[in-house]
Ligand binder design. Structure first.
Ligand code: NAP
Length: 315
């Protein structure tokens, strides 16, 4: 059965189950509603408090257990931290409907595939996915319908993938506003180590350095927090559980990129020490062009707040 959506963007699922009801799941729910999804949305979260709040917000029909939430669903999306995916897959496995598509939104793919795939019964189609969209906020109140608009959602189909399941999941994310691309699992984890994981670690480090300095300068770091520090460290407020899991589960790729980052940092450090102005100027000219390219590709705005205040206001 296919549930209708406006503007011809049909959503080829009739019952979507969301396991975990935080930022990403609540945004999926809002985006589904915005797309005119007329099917069922069910879900569950670990704590009674989150389940209560999700019900209050009307995000979905809320159940106490993952097994109850997935019963009869033709699309199940795991929206829990990467380190919790395996246990959740094991729990839902006996309750999955024959022919169901199981997907996830985890920021790491290799570890999720290894943790989830062994638990899924034959006749269920696993299509791992990662929407490249998020904010530093978490929980059921954090979601908004426009989160996925114009963002990439990367599917990493496994070697024995079912083309129909991949096509239906592509249609699903397209209806939620995303552009869909496909990538091989290991490639995804390396690309994301560069574009997301290492930058988060560096932002966390910079805040750690400022915290040390604060003890020396008594609050001046916070009080005079200039745009550089403020913008650069916004992501250091991101959820600690999610990011602990990302680094522990994308260890190799993150360490590879951090190694390269350290080499680059030493090079710049040396240029400053040697007062090599032309080198620094050429380097910053090159990086400015790359950063402008990101804005031109529509993946960010030139606005000082990255346009997020406006986007998050649109539920
Ligand atoms: P979130 O807002 O913190 O929500 C996580 C949800 O998972 C909560 O409902 C939580 O339930 C539940 N949960 C946590 N631990 C669990 C466990 N051990 N067993 C069962 N349920 C558990 O997180 P999120 O930002 O939506 O992230 C969810 C997934 O999306 C993660 O895999 C993350 O890597 C991925 N992702 C995140 C972003 C981002 O920027 N945030 C972007 C793309 C992808 P309780 O509230 O009851 O604890």
């Amino acid at each position: 059965m296919t549930a209708p959506a406006p503007e011809g963007r049909a959503i080829p699922f009739a019952h979507v189950a969301l396991i975990g009801l935080g930022l990403i799941a609540s945004s999926i729910s809002h985006a589904l509603r915005r797309a005119g999804f007329a099917g069922r949305i069910t879900g569950t979260a670990r704590s009674a408090e989150t389940r209560r709040r999700a019900a209050e917000l009307g995000l979905c029909e809320v159940f106490d257990t993952p097994a109850e939430a997935v019963a009869g669903a033709d699309l199940v999306i795991l929206c829990v931290p990467v380190g919790a995916m395996g246990a959740v897959a094991q729990e839902i496995a006996p309750a999955l409907a024959e022919g169901a598509v199981v997907s996830d939104v985890g920021s790491v793919k290799g570890a999720v595939v290894a943790a989830v795939a062994p638990h899924l019964p034959p006749g269920v189609h696993f299509v791992p996915a990662h929407p490249l969209a998020g904010t530093e906020h978490s929980g059921p109140d954090a979601g908004f319908a426009a989160l996925f608009d114009n963002r990439w959602c990367i599917l990493t189909p496994l070697p024995d993938f079912d083309p129909d399941a991949v096509a239906r999941l592509t249609a699903f994310w397209t209806a939620l506003g995303a552009h869909v691309d496909e990538m091989e699992v290991a490639r995804h984890d390396l690309v994301l180590a560069v574009t997301s994981h290492a930058p988060h670690l560096i932002a966390y480090t910079m805040v750690g350095v400022a915290d040390h300095m604060r003890r020396v300068t008594k609050n001046e770091v916070i009080k005079y927090s200039a745009a550089g520090f403020r913008d650069f460290t916004r992501i250091a407020a991101s959820d600690p559980t999610m990011w602990r899991d990302v680094f522990l589960n994308n260890k190799e790729a993150t360490l590879e990129i951090l190694g390269r980052f350290t080499e680059e940092l030493f090079m710049l450090q040396r240029a400053i020490r040697m007062e090599d102005g032309p080198f620094l100027h050429e380097y910053f000219t090159r990086t400015r062009a790359i950063r402008r390219g990101i804005i031109e590709a529509g993946q960010d705005t030139a606005a000082p707040d990255f346009g997020r205040v406006v986007a998050e206001g649109r539920k």
